[in-house]
Write a protein that binds this ligand. Structure first.
Ligand code: 13P
Length: 354
């Protein structure tokens, strides 16, 4: 069967991957956003989540740097305090609304004890059709893999997560949603950057094999990988130059050229590191001009949350725009390190759940 909305998918994917723009991930599940709000002593109520996200979606000029916003289902169907839908607010900024469609991670029976698979395929075709009706034009599915000294990622975990991503991608495309394919490798562990590169090549190769088997239309899809970095506990952390070189090499080796953009997650990097690493990637020589951009959650929101403190809309928006601009500049290799304010907070959390 042929995917009907191919041209629309290609167009949406190209708009998202437009030079100098990236994605804002604000699709934290209710427990996860609760942890963020707790960090500034704000209660995790629907009203407070609306206030926080409403502040973000009324930041004038955000669309100059951000092409799409990934929403949690609650936000897709929520109205702003002023009565207008959040989707309308996002549209007004010239940003494309997207939706997280996975239903979270579960232990992988038969795998290593830290390994998981991502659930949410059941009923996905019906849900994606409804999300499209509501205005979403792309989707996200976060599969997670881990590197350990005793054999992870196992072949089983790679196979299962790659297959889930490919099934999800194909189903989304049938509904006209561009799938963001996210096989995240957690930074947990003390492994070297070379070990990360080797595991990531295995994983991405399997993901694109599964995509081929499922007839995924690659031109209408995007990849959201973690950067190729050292394990968080490795005493010998790779420099930004090494990270950029190894990440570019890994992507060149394992991602088909038909995929129009690679939108990196921040994965626990600090706000400034996430921008500097991306900027370095876009400053070095590489084999293609394909867009290397961002799809950051923590690295776009930390200083915004801190500045907002539950009430200061102007300060929150200013901080958000500063990091959005920094990352936009990083997409073209034009970011001068430190030229925008950032939070120094460590954003790494072991075994991160979204
Ligand atoms: P981080 O940038 O905080 O890793 O989140 C991005 C994301 O959407 C993970 O799925």
């Amino acid at each position: 069967m042929i995917i009907k909305k191919q041209e629309e998918l290609r167009e949406t994917a190209n708009l998202i991957a437009a030079k100098g723009k990236g994605l804002l991930a604000v699709d934290e599940s209710t427990p996860t956003i609760g942890k963020r709000l707790a960090g500034i002593n704000i209660e995790n109520t629907e009203e407070n989540r609306r206030a926080y996200r409403g502040m973000i979606f009324t930041a004038k000029g955000l669309g100059d740097f951000i092409s799409g916003a990934i929403l949690f289902e609650e936000t897709l169907y929520q109205n702003h305090e002023d009565g207008e839908s959040m989707v309308a607010k996002i549209d007004k900024l010239g940003i494309i609304p997207g939706i997280k469609v996975d239903k979270g991670l579960r232990p992988l029976a038969g795998g290593h004890e830290v390994e998981t698979f991502c659930q949410g395929l059941e009923g996905l075709a019906e849900r994606t059709a409804e999300y499209y009706e509501r205005g979403a034009r792309f989707a996200k599915w976060r599969a997670v893999l881990q590197i350990t000294a005793d054999g992870c990622p196992t072949d089983l975990a790679i196979k299962e997560n790659a297959w889930g991503l490919a099934r999800y991608a194909r189903i989304c495309q049938e509904s006209g949603l561009v799938p963001i394919v996210e096989p995240e490798i957690l930074m947990d562990g003390d492994h070297t950057i070379e070990r990360t590169a080797e595991a990531q090549e295995r994983i991405l190769t399997e993901v694109y094999k599964a995509c081929a088997e499922n007839g995924v239309f690659l031109e209408g899809s995007l990849l959201k990988p973690s950067m190729t970095v050292s394990g968080a506990d490795n005493a010998n952390q790779a420099s930004s130059e090494e990270v950029a070189k190894m990440t570019v090499r890994t992507m060149e080796r394992s991602v088909p050229a038909a995929v129009p953009g690679i939108m990196f997650l921040s994965g626990g990097l600090t706000e400034e590191d996430a921008s500097v690493y991306l900027n370095t990637m876009n400053s070095i020589e590489r084999k293609s001009s394909r867009s290397l951009a961002f799809s950051y959650g923590r690295a776009l929101q930390q200083s915004c949350l801190q500045a907002w403190q539950g009430h200061d809309i102007e300060a929150g928006q200013k901080a958000l725009l500063a990091r959005a601009q920094a990352n936009s500049e990083a997409c073209t290799g034009d970011y001068a390190a430190g030229s925008q304010p950032s939070s120094q907070d460590s954003l790494f959390e072991a075994g991160y759940k979204y």
